[in-house]
Design a protein around this ligand. Structure first.
Ligand code: DSN
Length: 435
């Protein structure tokens, strides 16, 4: 008897109507409200199918041809496919597609490059850095000694850039073993060459956390920061970690690329250092996403993501908001609410926008007087709604809806009518899996 893969996919509705009901509500939410969280996207149907595939049944500890379990003849082919495609996508000497998430990828990079207690220099969390860049509540801040750099003061569209002078002084004073760049809320391109030269002055390794911008890099709309150890002096990062589900538009997960110099250390750190069995169904979906990201249409998509973010920033400025760094070079826009209304916190603004069908997240802004739980800012991103087909005219409409909702934040009737406007707009742009 032979089976086709379809035989293995009874619907959730048949097996578990309770869960199916919740999934339907979430589907309705995703397709009738605006998804403006900068770290989210809509994957393709092919990525969804691979993520839900029978590969979830298989244990495969180890790496292709070096597994600790039998029966991996096809799993090896899947993981090799993902690795080869990722290598080509980023022109990388070495790749590891097993990290379960971006945080795991960062943990593995630290495990490969550092010993507990070593000094690491990374971006301040309130100026764009990530929890895994040394937050005291995260393993990174507990096992390593982090020192932090920040951004320059606000100065129209020239300020709030990574402060290279501060970075150089701090590097010379603290002599970190590793410098980490890359951020979760930094809208500008990071100039890797200048930072590489700071790292070289003190003999530090350089890691680029590309969680947010990996898709932009794959498409060539953001410079590839990964260096090479095969061409003499390394002019870029030694290691690049990233997530596969943000701008890269794949399944939830992480990955690492590095120069060949760090290949063995990275692989040993991911397994057996940090993780057990790899999620081969997710690795299959990563393979699909890497293939999709290598197509010309993906480059067009990412150019539109950036064009939409630039227009969204300009339109929000017209609505009376201050835009951190005066604009954006990427997929994200960081809004300072204090000029719009000093009384309005990021927390309240996020909750009001949720009621109006506009999903985003509150975020600290540089030198924020409010805590990370409250904040004075909002972060918006264009990857998801660009996938759904929105362009610049819609971004200007979205900015107006945001301004209108926040100006009418105590008026329930007004918020409900904005929610209807949002639903009408979204109905014209169904994301691909629902189209
Ligand atoms: N979830 C990521 C982001 O939103 O940027 C951080 O982990």
């Amino acid at each position: 008897m032979s089976y086709s893969v379809e035989d293995f996919y009874p619907t959730v509705a048949e097996v578990d109507p309770e869960l199916a009901g919740i999934l339907s509500l979430e589907l309705e939410r995703q397709s009738s409200t605006l998804q403006l969280i900068a770290s989210e996207n809509f994957t393709s149907k092919a990525v969804l199918e691979a993520t839900g595939s029978i590969l979830t049944n298989k244990y495969a500890e180890g790496y292709p041809s070096k597994r600790y379990y039998g029966g991996n003849i096809y799993v090896d082919r899947v993981e090799d496919l993902a690795r080869d495609r990722l290598k080509a996508l980023f022109n990388a000497e070495h790749v590891n597609v097993q990290p379960h998430a971006g945080a795991n990828a960062n943990a593995a990079a630290y495990l490969a490059l550092l010993k507990p207690g070593d000094t690491v220099m990374a971006m301040r969390l309130d100026q764009g850095g990530h929890l895994t860049h040394g937050s005291p509540v995260n393993f990174s801040g507990q096992y390593y000694r982090f020192v932090s750099y920040g951004v320059t003061p606000a100065d129209g569209d020239k300020g709030e850039r990574i402060d290279l002078n501060q970075m150089e002084e701090l590097a010379k004073a603290e002599r970190p073993k590793l410098i980490v760049v890359g951020a979760t809320a930094y809208p500008r391109v990071i100039e890797i060459a200048a930072i590489r030269s700071i790292a070289d002055q003190i003999g530090a390794a350089l890691m680029f956390d590309a969680a947010h911008v990996a898709g932009l890099i794959a498409a060539g709309v953001y410079p590839n920061p990964l260096g090479s150890s095969e061409s003499g002096r390394n002019l870029g990062a030694d290691v690049m970690t990233f997530t596969t589900h943000k701008t890269l538009r794949g399944p939830r997960g992480g990955a690492i690329t590095s120069t060949s110099h760090y290949a063995q250390a990275i692989d040993k750190a991911v397994f057996p250092g940090l993780q057990g069995g790899p999620l081969e169904h997710v690795i299959a979906a990563k393979a699909v996403a890497f293939l999709e990201a290598s197509q010309p249409s993906f480059a067009e998509y990412q150019s539109q993501v950036v064009a939409n973010a630039k227009l969204l920033a300009k339109s929000l400025e017209i609505e009376g908001f201050r835009i951190v760094s005066g604009g954006t070079d990427t997929h994200l826009v960081l809004v300072d609410l204090t000029r719009f209304d000093p009384e309005l916190s990021g927390k309240e603004a996020q909750e009001v926008l949720d009621r109006a069908g506009i999903t985003c997240n509150r975020n600290q802004i540089p030198h924020d007087g409010r805590s990370p739980f409250v904040t004075s800012g909002l972060r918006f991103g264009t990857p998801a709604m660009t996938t759904a087909g929105m362009g610049e005219p819609e971004m200007s409409q979205v900015a107006k809806l945001i301004g209108k909702a926040l100006r009418n934040r105590t008026n329930d009737e007004k918020l409900e009518s904005i929610r209807q406007e949002v639903a009408t707009l979204c109905s014209k742009f169904p994301p691909p899996p629902f189209a």
